[in-house]
Design a protein around this ligand. Structure first.
Ligand SMILES: NC(=O)c1ccc[n+]([C@@H]2O[C@H](COP(=O)([O-])OP(=O)(O)OC[C@H]3O[C@@H](n4cnc5c(N)ncnc54)[C@H](OP(=O)(O)O)[C@@H]3O)[C@@H](O)[C@H]2O)c1
Length: 308
């Protein structure tokens, strides 16, 4: 990426291998994860800017020093050779395949920490999960069920909602409904205890309205690009709370990232979490992969094969 902009700014180039920085490891990449944030970075609409020229990609799986690893990073992932800080490289157990490990890395960690570190979901609580057929959402549905919660899943199409139902969601709501607040409230049995929120605008408003008194919401995205003012008097009078979440804030906290990674692997092993299909595009079609994600065409995880 030599400029910010549309999909056309993504170009495949042969360039020198990266110089490995201190406290980093070189990774031969077998799969690069595509995440919603990659689109926002490309369009210069992310939380932080990036230095141009820039190689997108914030997660990979591959080989490092003879070990199979999954890694988080801040750019550089859409490549055959990458690097990541030691602190956010995780060995992949032998019984977990590369695609599963990739799906559990950025999106798995996000779903896990949203539910357990931020919202601290308890058994018997009702939780609203948006984009429930997506990368983060499909894992959040299953992790919330595993935590003993009742899950109200939102998605924009009947196919995505039936996918969420097969993942274990208890109630399904059309995220494009004109009566979203009422639909969510009814599906939550009068009000939800906790909610994930990644859309902003009217969806944030409706989700907030569907929380029960003292309900908690975590904001981790803004796919609609709409800013939503928050009324602090309303927070006072309802006892509702809103907490932000940004995974990179945990990148120095190796302990809880490892705890989440191990728990995610255990959940897959026990069959409590099934990783949804991973759709793999050639690296040369990274633009198409991003645009499918943008156009809401994807289900589950989107990835790139850097060998093709
Ligand atoms: N803060 C963090 O640390 C963090 C970490 C990871 C992800 N995220 C955020 O989590 C969200 C999901 O990320 P992901 O990579 O797993 O993507 P994803 O859910 O696999 O794909 C995005 C989904 O978002 C929904 N969506 C897209 N555009 C939308 C719009 N304009 N309005 C409402 N919904 C829209 C669509 O689902 P429907 O068609 O079903 O609505 C779409 O399939 C993104 O907002 C991302 O930025 C945040």
């Amino acid at each position: 990426m030599e400029n910010y902009g549309g999909p056309e700014v993504l170009q495949v180039s042969d360039i020198a291998e990266p110089e490995i920085r201190p406290a980093h490891r070189r990774i031969e990449v077998t799969r690069s994860g595509v995440n919603f944030a990659d689109l926002l970075v490309r369009e210069d609409d992310y939380l932080t800017g990036v230095p141009l020229p820039f190689i997108p990609g914030n997660e990979v799986v591959g080989r490092s020093d003879g070990e199979r690893v999954a890694a988080l990073m801040r750019g550089g992932g859409y490549a055959q050779v990458s690097q990541a800080p030691d602190l956010i490289i995780f060995p992949i157990p032998d019984d977990i395949d590369d695609d599963t490990a990739l799906a559990l890395t950025l999106q798995g960690q996000s779903a896990w920490h949203l539910l357990h570190t931020v919202l601290r979901v308890q058994p018997g609580e009702t939780v609203i999960v948006p984009a429930a057929a997506g990368g983060v959402g499909s894992l959040a549905v299953q992790l919330a069920k595993r935590a003993g919660a009742r899950v109200v899943a939102m998605a924009s199409t009947p196919d995505k909602r039936s996918f969420a139902s097969r993942l274990g969601a208890d109630a399904l709501v059309d995220s494009t409904s004109d009566t979203l607040a009422a639909d969510l409230t009814e599906a939550s049995g009068g009000g939800a205890d906790a909610a994930l929120e990644m859309t902003g605008g009217e969806t944030l408003r409706a989700t907030m309205d569907a929380l029960a008194p003292l309900g908690r919401m975590s904001v981790y995205g803004g796919a609609s690009t709409m800013e939503t003012p928050v009324n602090t008097r309303e927070l006072m009078s309802t006892g509702k709370s809103i907490q932000g979440f940004w995974l990179p804030l945990l990148y120095e906290k190796r302990g809880i990232l490892t705890e989440a990674a191990n728990d995610l692997f255990a959940a897959v092993r026990s069959g409590e979490v099934r990783v949804p299909p991973v759709t793999v595009y050639p690296l040369t079609e990274a633009a198409r992969a991003q645009e499918d994600l943008r156009a809401r065409r994807s289900v589950g995880k989107v990835a790139l094969d850097p060998a093709t």
